[in-house]
Design a protein around this ligand. Structure first.
Ligand SMILES: NC(=O)c1ccc[n+]([C@@H]2O[C@H](COP(=O)([O-])OP(=O)(O)OC[C@H]3O[C@@H](n4cnc5c(N)ncnc54)[C@H](OP(=O)(O)O)[C@@H]3O)[C@@H](O)[C@H]2O)c1
Length: 254
């Protein structure tokens, strides 16, 4: 049984999808939660209500993680309200699905800023709070198969995920001896608002049972949250700079 009682966890992009499932899972394990969102205030409030009903302390903070000043303000809030941070989950991402030939400089920058640079800003701003963690502090970033596989319309996002995984490894190298763990959860295809918008989504979801070795048991946001929970717990204290793949076996074969 993983017990995160008295831990304080911040999850970026926790109003929906995998971020929401992660916030709930960490709260179920006992953590107090800071929920970040950028536009879906009502959804974020609903998640907060679920968590408060468990008896956990919960705060909802609007911040665009691609904006350094927003991230800095969010961490100042965490410092003032909670005094430290034990767990940081960098989950928020965007980017849109588009062919590379029509990708503009603006598209490229927006994807990289939200999906990669945000992790750098989050860790820079959180570092003094993570240093005050009760035990080893845990930083987990959410990546995808696109970091090492080519997927239709996924060029920009896949590129950002490859950079994200490299950034985590370098953070592990630079700060891993300061009582902090930096790891990645790489998820397979999960039904969320963002994946419903992928061109050809229906066919991709239909093909999941052929790719995985888990029959009708297909990946849900809560499965990804379980992997994050492990990497946020003392069970993974010796796991450093790694990528944990949770996809039912989809990525090990053609
Ligand atoms: N779904 C999949 O199949 C899959 C597979 C592998 C990896 N992933 C990764 O898992 C993570 C979550 O994906 P998802 O499918 O759960 O996404 P989602 O349902 O589209 O939710 C995205 C979340 O990110 C937030 N967000 C977006 N841009 C933001 C910004 N600039 N600042 C702060 N928050 C922002 C959104 O907040 P608002 O609601 O306020 O807009 C929302 O909470 C992403 O990193 C994604 O790449 C997903």
């Amino acid at each position: 049984m993983i017990d995160l009682s008295n831990k304080i966890a911040l999850i970026s992009g926790a109003s929906r999808g995998i971020g929401r499932a992660t916030a709930i899972r960490l709260a179920e394990a006992g953590a107090d939660i800071v929920l970040n969102y950028v536009s879906s205030r009502e959804s974020a409030d609903r998640v907060a209500e679920e968590i408060a009903a468990m008896g956990r302390r919960v705060a909802v903070v609007r911040a665009d993680v691609s904006e350094q000043s927003d991230v800095q303000s969010m961490m100042e809030f965490v410092g003032n309200e909670f005094g430290r941070l034990d767990i940081l989950v960098s989950n928020a991402a965007s980017g849109g699905f588009r062919p590379l030939l029509s990708a503009t400089a603006r598209n490229f920058e927006a994807t990289m800023n939200t999906n990669v640079r945000a992790l750098l800003f989050l860790v820079q701003a959180a570092h003094p709070l993570l240093e005050r963690s009760l035990d080893r502090a845990k930083v987990v970033a959410i990546s995808s198969h696109g970091s090492h596989m080519a997927l239709p319309m996924y060029g920009l996002i896949g590129t950002s995920k490859a950079a994200l995984e490299s950034l985590i490894r370098h953070m592990a190298l630079e700060f891993g001896d300061q009582g902090m763990n930096f790891n990645v959860v790489q998820a397979g295809l999960v039904p969320t608002d963002s994946t419903k918008m992928i061109p050809g989504a229906d066919q991709m979801f239909d093909a999941r049972t052929d790719k995985t070795m888990t029959g009708d048991r297909q990946l849900e946001p809560s499965d990804v949250a379980d992997a994050v929970l492990y990497l946020c717990s003392p069970l993974s204290d010796l796991v450093q700079g790694q990528t944990l793949i949770i996809d039912g076996g989809a990525a090990i074969h053609i």
